[in-house]
Design a protein around this ligand. Structure first.
Ligand SMILES: Nc1ncnc2c1ncn2[C@@H]1O[C@H](COP(=O)(O)OP(=O)(O)OP(=O)(O)O)[C@@H](O)[C@H]1O
Ligand SMILES: [Mg+2]
Length: 358
């Protein structure tokens, strides 16, 4: 079941059109992806995906390793040809007018690509020249961006001396030197420690409040998608399996609480017993006596669960009750847990960091 695929379906994430700027074509859609397909030989990496991204929206593509997120971004940003279907970015067809697309977008690829031997400022300057930012405007733009990503103090530091999080922030500044209207970020926080991840989120939110920008971001972090994105598309095995605002996605999962419990001495039909408790909408056995129970009535189900366990001589080793999260949304639409899918090593490793002298 798919939540919200209609173009311009009035979700709560709708925003007014551009303030003062010339609106993009296509009824306020910054990006329109229409039945797009990417095949590598017999393998279909992206399988008939359609969605629209509204102007000034933060749109998340969420999915496990190999889901097809980067492939989708590469097609939308004209880096690889599409096999079938079409995509329009800022009103330009990616196949027919790739230069038109390139002029309006900023792209932060999954791998870190800044030149390590150059300073922070030199990296930004090179890009500003590459994108023909007028010489008179260059310094002011770079100053503003360094402030925005909180790297002003490090402008003269060699890039190789920066931490992973700071390098990511530099790359984000670099992607904005030519004032793009649509910004593509492929897993900007993968490989970062939790503190640096939060710093990147805050910075993206900050950028969003200072600029009129549409952001398409890919991630496999549920908390990140939940916190940052106006709408989220869940991608799995190349297919779009759900698309909506985070609250609407959570509301689309039957049950409002999730109980995670671990039992000892549970009988073979324990899953069935859990299913029969009041309020329960689904039960998932996760192995090692661990069960994940979705319920519309957390407190009642928990009380009954403990009573039933005591009655059956089953020991409750641990128990937690939470509100449904995007994790549950992912399980609901794909039948699997996202965290189980993230076993593959991440695609970049932070380089050694000799020192942090500015
Ligand atoms: N050039 C290629 N040739 C063949 N297969 C490819 C190629 N590029 C990607 N694939 C395959 O397409 C699928 C989607 O890959 P993609 O990189 O888009 O996934 P992803 O969602 O970005 O994953 P990750 O989270 O690991 O970055 C994967 O199975 C990948 O192995
Ligand atoms: Mg990827």
């Amino acid at each position: 079941m798919v939540a919200d695929f209609k173009p311009n379906s009035g979700s709560e994430a709708s925003r007014p059109a551009t303030n003062g700027r010339v609106p993009l074509a296509n009824a306020g859609n910054a990006i329109e992806v229409d039945h797009i397909v990417k095949r590598y030989g017999d393998f279909t990496a992206v399988d008939d995906v359609s969605f629209n991204v509204k102007e000034e929206e933060i749109f998340g593509l969420l999915g496990p390793n190999g889901a097809g997120k980067s492939t989708l971004i590469r097609m939308m940003t004209t880096l690889i040809p599409i096999t079938a279907g079409s995509a329009r970015v800022a009103g330009h067809d990616v196949s027919k007018d790739p230069d038109g697309v390139r002029r309006t977008i900023g792209v932060i690829p999954q791998a870190l690509t800044s030149d390590l031997d150059l300073t922070v400022e030199e990296n930004l300057n090179i890009y500003a020249k590459l994108y023909d930012v007028p010489a008179k405007k260059r310094k002011a733009t770079i100053d503003e961006l360094l402030e925005l990503v909180d790297l002003t103090r490090w402008r003269g530091a060699q890039t190789k001396t920066l931490s992973g999080g700071m390098r990511r922030r530099l790359e984000i500044a670099r992607g904005l030197v030519h004032s793009p209207r649509i910004f593509f970020l492929d897993e900007p926080t993968t490989g970062l420690d939790p503190v640096s991840r939060v710093a990147v989120w805050e910075m993206l939110t900050n950028i969003k409040s200072h600029r009129q920008l549409t952001i398409l971001i890919t991630t496999h972090y549920m908390d990140e998608a939940d916190r940052l994105c106006d709408r989220i598309a869940i991608v799995d095995h190349g297919k779009l399996v759900a698309l909506n605002t985070p609250p609407a996605l959570k509301a689309s999962v039957p049950g409002s609480n999730v109980i995670e419990a671990q039992f000892e001495n549970a009988p073979a039909d324990w899953e069935k017993s859990l299913h029969e408790l009041n309020g329960v909408t689904s039960v998932q056995h996760e192995g090692a006596g661990m069960y994940r129970v979705l319920t519309g009535d957390g407190s009642r189900t928990t009380t009954e669960l403990v009573e039933t366990a005591v009655h059956a001589g089953v020991t409750v080793k641990s128990l937690s009750v939470q509100n449904t999260s995007l994790d549950d949304v992912f399980v609901h639409y794909t039948g699997r847990q996202l965290r189980d899918e993230l076993v593959k090593a991440h695609s970049f490793v932070m380089p050694p960091r000799p020192g942090m002298q500015p």
